[in-house]
Design a protein around this ligand. Sequence first.
Ligand code: B4P
Length: 197
Amino acid sequence: MFHIILFGPPGSGKGTQSEKLITKYGLKHLSTGDLLRSEISNKTPLGIEAKKFIDTGLLVPDEVVIGMISSALDTYHDAKGFLFDGFPRTQAQAEALDKLLKFKDSEISVFISLEVSEEELVKRLLNRGLTSGRTDDVDEKIIKARIAEYKIKTSVVADYYREFNKVVSINGEGSVEDIFHALCKVIDARINEPINS
Ligand code: B4P
């Protein structure tokens, strides 16, 4: 099985590139952001709770997102691999994911980090906020809170995977097509490599 983590700050293009990558590589897309937004629009108890965090730019508690990913892994047990988008976002989530994959005799194949300047992130998210209907994209203060939360809690996740030699950084600024090609180059170089080689 081939599993990718697509990593980066809010607005770095994880969702945009994930759509293209799953089509090309036939992986199952697991976006915790999409899963949470679906819970919110269905007004489930989990969604009502998660909305309070998302609307203020904070991360949703670890146990909530780990539970969601755990059940998605069970649901899609016959997938040929997963593309994790927006997960893991804390070290606790990274450790939990490693354990869940170990149960399946599997592990993360590559961790790809999209690098984008803060100025560009704010511009992209405000721009998306004009049409997305996402409450977390319309207010610059909330966007800045999301970026701060990323710096404090999420950027350390790259250090965690760096210890296992799995991290590759990609410039996330430029055209969507150019970034996609850079991602494919990294993936193609690893996809036929035996794990731990
Ligand atoms: P997410 O849904 O993961 O979303 P995101 O970080 O906003 O965006 P992404 O990086 O996917 O950006 P996109 O491609 O869309 O998280 C939302 C919230 O959910 C979090 O703040 C948190 O509260 C909660 N949450 C989610 N997962 C969690 C977890 N694991 N633990 C705890 N809480 C969690 O791109 C953004 C914009 O840029 C788009 O408009 C796009 O068109 C544009 N764009 C993309 N690529 C571009 C390019 N190359 N050039 C110009 N524009 C580009």
